[in-house]
Design a protein around this ligand. Structure first.
Ligand code: BG6
Length: 512
């Protein structure tokens, strides 16, 4: 028996993974993301012994909160949101090195105090530490934070050795191409690209990482992974939730910015990219950028490549649900889409002529994220019944969440004296093989940033390439207002326009 107390599939993995002594500073320390994701991630990393022995947590925010009160807030967050129950001994170790600094984001003096605080931690410890800044604030203060990190010398701390400063930047990374380019410009004023970790939390999901493992560690897939055998790919990222209390944010965002441009495009890139020469961050990201650049500009005409819609009232889980326009904080004639469907054409050797269909929406029938790769039908009519050739196409689907797993639809013979075919499903479920308490995305991402592994983060040119594709769509939609906005009842699989988008090429959306 192993003496490693961690979950069986973490056993044998090296602890600490060489993580240097670290101080994590969270900007936006009293915000929602800090409570729901960041503090629980830090607690779970501590639980798994994956934090360095010398680890400090500094909360930074506008509110004036005494150290002790911040520790109390963090404790509450672990109790409420952690995937594991609180373990007082583990938390006390982290809490002993947890402090809070109050300050504005455009206040150079406060940043100097922060710098002095970090230096005093180093002094007490008697050795240098690396600083990881986590910018988890509204995007309006990303630029002032970055500039202040530059101005007070924090950005360049230990630059040139392995303890150099690192900065994690939460989404949204810009709201269109222009703002993403501007933000990258501010970043370049104060940081080198290797110091920057742009978050897309989908990359931290186990199943998203498994995509590359499935594709490149199984020799049965690669020979088939191209236009000769694949008919089309469908990616669904649907949610049951509506906009809830986030109406103010969502009105400025919409499904295209909130889900398609970032999370869904990461799924496209990982499904479609060429094999990288190594798993090194640059090798992987070079291939992702290459395939994103091969995507053709979208046809924005009615009946073209894009569909947008808003949810109307309907039923979710047996209960009535309001339409988008009746939600709190939503303009009466809002032109914000809660659903988008897109057809992508990737113009390269591997994918020419293979459409990639994407759809994402709020208030849909079920929460599911799935990538379904549909293969071409086999030739011939051996199993045609009454002249009808209706074998189901083989479909490989990656179930990203929930019920994480992988399934393959094959045709088989129905037992009996006649020869009748029927689609059958081979299933792999993570929970059945590994148990259900897998690390959360943010645990992996925080750990990787501490270690300095940027593979699961977005590079500057990657963000810009994706915005370049979608900015014309955003502009066209903004100019059109509500004209051309389709509608779907809450609790359904989307608007009729999305069915037509597929029907033009003889395809239909799968029922995930
Ligand atoms: C966030 C979006 O990035 O992702 C939310 O802003 C969305 O609107 C969320 O609900 C979905 O994330 P997950 O991990 O629950 O699929």
């Amino acid at each position: 028996m192993s003496d490693d107390p961690r979950h069986p599939f973490l056993q044998g993995l090296s602890k600490h993974r060489g993580t240097p002594p670290t101080v994590i500073v969270i900007f936006g320390a009293s915000g929602d993301l800090t409570a729901r994701k960041l503090i629980p991630a830090i607690f779970n990393l501590a639980y798994d012994n994956l934090l360095p022995a010398d680890f400090f947590l500094v909360g930074y925010g506008r509110k004036d909160i005494p150290h002790e009160e911040f520790r109390g807030i963090a404790l509450g967050a672990i109790k409420e949101f952690s995937r594991r129950e609180l373990n007082a001994e583990v938390w006390n170790r982290v809490a002993a090195n947890t402090t809070y600094i109050a300050g504005g984001y455009d206040e150079p003096e406060a940043f100097r105090r922060l710098a002095a605080h970090i230096e005093s931690l180093e002094k007490t410890l008697g050795r240098d530490v690396q600083t990881l800044f986590y910018i988890s604030t509204p995007p309006s203060v990303f630029a002032p934070i970055l500039r202040n990190l530059g101005a007070c010398g924090l950005a360049a701390r230990h630059l040139g050795n392995s303890l150099h400063t690192k900065v994690i930047i939460e989404k949204p990374f810009g709201k269109d191409l222009e703002s993403a380019v501007a933000l990258n410009g501010v970043i370049r004023e104060v940081l080198e690209e290797h110091q920057v970790y742009r978050i897309d939390h989908y990359l931290g999901k186990e199943t998203v990482q498994d995509l590359l493992v499935q594709r490149f560690s199984n020799s049965i897939f690669e020979p088939l992974w191209n236009r000769n055998y694949i008919d089309h790919v469908q990616i669904t990222v649907s949610e049951e939730v509506g906009v809830g209390t986030r109406g103010g944010y969502y009105e400025q965002s919409g499904a295209l910015r909130d889900m398609i441009q970032n999370h869904t495009m990461q799924l496209v890139a990982l499904t479609a990219m060429e094999p990288p020469v190594s798993l090194d961050a640059e090798a992987v990201r070079n291939e992702k950028v290459k395939v994103l650049k091969a995507i053709q500009p979208l046809d924005l005409a009615p009946g073209g490549d894009v569909v947008r819609a808003q949810y109307a009232s309907g039923m979710i889980g047996g209960k009535g649900a309001r339409g988008y326009l009746d939600e709190d904080g939503i303009a009466a004639q809002s032109g914000t889409e809660t659903y988008a469907a897109i057809r992508l054409s990737i113009n390269n050797w591997r994918w020419q002529g293979v459409p990639f269909y994407l759809r994402s929406g709020k208030r849909m029938a079920r929460r599911v994220t799935e990538i379904a790769v549909q293969f071409k039908r086999p030739p011939g009519t051996l199993f045609a019944e009454g002249g009808r050739f209706d074998l189901a196409p083989n479909t490989l689907s990656f179930q990203i969440q929930p019920d994480e797993g992988l399934s393959l639809i094959l045709n088989g013979k129905v037992p009996g004296l006649e020869t009748r075919t029927q689609p059958v499903k081979m299933n792999f479920r993570y929970s059945a093989t590994y148990g259900s308490n897998t690390p959360e995305a943010y645990e992996r991402l925080v750990l990787d940033a501490m270690i300095g592994d940027g593979t699961l983060f977005i590079r500057g040119d990657e963000a810009e390439t994706s915005w370049k594709l979608y900015t014309p769509v955003l502009k066209a939609w903004a100019a059109a207002g509500r004209e051309g906005m389709d509608s779907y009842p809450a609790g359904s699989w989307g608007p009729p326009g999305a069915e037509s988008l597929m029907a033009k090429t003889g395809h239909v959306w799968r029922q995930p």
